[in-house]
Write a protein that binds this ligand. Structure first.
Ligand code: ADP
Ligand code: MG
Length: 445
């Protein structure tokens, strides 16, 4: 059984969003394994519960794919039952030191560093304020509040602060959390009577608190109340706090006034929409990083066509490169034009379907073959249903041909997938957001 978990992790890595994988799966360590069961070590009870509630089926599925056996999964909290407290301690499976901050919050995306952030007039103030905070946590601006529209680089910058502090001050404990996860964590903790543990983690254990997308606290009075006390305690203890939001603090609706006013105690900086010249450099840098040869005319075409969000600009580049790759043709200005002029939505059969499947698979970190496969757990079936929904809505393809494209499914299967996903989209904001993101990447919204 010993190799099992390592292999399973390799499989899971290909099936999950990298942030989710790094946050929740990669820290799990196998401590015991007999025929038919696998015990995984987790840092605390919250972690165990979260993984059990959200990832157990996906894990079981991956274990099945690796071993072809039904294996029961147990969790053991590190430090309990004579186990040493592995994640709070110094050593990790490879004997390397892991610093304590990795225990605290969500993992940082490796790519979101200052190195990969392209600076221009619209973001240079935010960028240099972040650099100053990272050079001297709690010594320059505290709290720092970064605000700006969607896809302008807020998450990238706040995570860059985390990376840089980690590099400069390896002993500092950094807690990065999205507002959305914070709310979920607080709600789960309340339900399970574990609020004290969460408080301890935020207030007693952390030197740097990074909260991304604070607007998710809107309307969540209880989470706001918790956050208010956490904020005060950390602030009084002179710990660095960095927050991002989609609006100027006082403009965030449905957040209590006393919290909003605290967000303005330190420095407030905004990130504006990128200028043309900056957009050109961003596309060029992204292409270079991915080893894609991009001519100047294509770079400036994309930069002039996608003006309001860096995320959309990156999505357009992805789409154009996907077309060139799939059709094995050069990435010319003409191709870029046709792809971004919504050629994806016309009824040209295979190419269109292929591109939709590729973009959907990529978005969920899956292979196109997963979408076509018979696998049924949610990590695959939800993306597959989204692909079906998009194909139906935007390509006008028949149920039969959609079924064909997805590994020979019948039209009744396609129909029931359609009705299922519509309910999910209505009831789950996260799924709706994913769909919107993909539609944007495909140039359909
Ligand atoms: P936000 O959090 O503001 O919605 P993100 O930080 O997620 O936006 O940025 C969206 C995408 O654009 C990310 O992939 C990010 O790396 C990229 N991006 C944004 N601004 C820049 C920049 N100045 N240089 C390089 N990449 C950027
Ligand atoms: Mg963000």
């Amino acid at each position: 059984m010993l190799e099992t978990w390592r292999q399973t992790l390799d499989v899971l890595k290909t099936r999950l969003d990298p942030v989710q994988f790094e946050t929740w799966l990669s820290p799990l360590k196998q401590v015991e394994g007999t025929e038919g069961s696998l015990t995984l070590e987790v840092p605390d009870e919250f972690f165990a519960r979260w993984v059990r509630d959200n990832y157990l089926d996906i894990i079981k599925d991956a274990v099945w794919d690796t071993t072809r056996c039904h294996v029961g999964i147990d969790f053991k909290i590190s430090g309990s039952g004579g186990e040493k407290r592995a994640r709070r301690g110094k050593s990790d499976r490879d004997g390397q030191a892991i610093s304590r901050h990795e225990d605290l919050g969500e993992r940082l995306v490796p790519r979101f560093t200052f190195d990969t952030f392209v600076v221009g007039p619209s973001n240079e103030v935010g960028h240099s304020a972040c650099e100053m905070v990272a050079e001297n946590p709690a010594g320059s601006y505290n709290p720092m509040f970064i605000y700006g529209g969607v896809g302008l680089g807020k998450t990238h910058l706040i995570q860059a602060v985390g990376h840089e502090i980690r590099r400069r001050f390896p002993d500092m404990r950094i807690l990065y959390m999205s507002g959305e996860s914070y709310v979920n964590e607080i709600m789960t903790a309340v339900k399970n009577n574990r609020l004290d543990a969460v408080r301890y983690r935020y207030r007693g254990q952390c030197d740097v608190l990074l909260v991304d997308d604070i607007q998710y606290l809107a309307n969540r009075e209880f989470a706001q109340e918790e956050f208010y006390h956490t904020f005060n305690e950390l602030y009084n203890a002179q710990k660095q706090i960095v927050i991002t939001g989609d609006q100027f603090p006082s403009a965030i609706p449905k957040v209590s006034e006393r919290l909003r006013s605290r967000f303005g105690w330190g420095l407030i900086v905004d990130i504006g929409p990128p200028e043309l010249e900056l957009r050109v450099r961003i596309v060029q840098q992204k292409a270079a990083r991915e080893g894609v040869k991009l001519s100047d005319d294509v770079a400036s075409y994309l930069a002039s066509r996608f003006t309001t969000s860096v995320r959309d600009l990156e999505g357009a580049l992805n789409r154009v490169t996907a077309h060139a790759l799939i059709r094995k043709i050069p990435l010319t200005l003409d191709l870029a034009r046709r792809v971004t002029d919504r050629i994806v939505t016309d009824r040209r059969g295979r190419l269109t379907t292929d591109v939709v499947l590729k973009i959907v698979a990529e978005y969920f970190q899956l292979q196109v073959s997963d979408l076509k496969s018979a696998r049924r757990h949610r990590g695959v079936s939800m993306p597959r249903q989204i692909a079906i929904h998009i194909l139906r809505k935007h390509t006008g393809a028949s149920l039969q041909s959609i079924g064909q494209a997805l590994g020979g499914r019948s039209h009744t299967t396609v129909l029931s997938a359609l009705s299922r996903i519509e309910k999910v989209i209505e009831s789950e904001p996260a799924t709706e957001r994913a769909l919107k993101d993909i539609e944007r990447q495909l140039g359909m919204s």
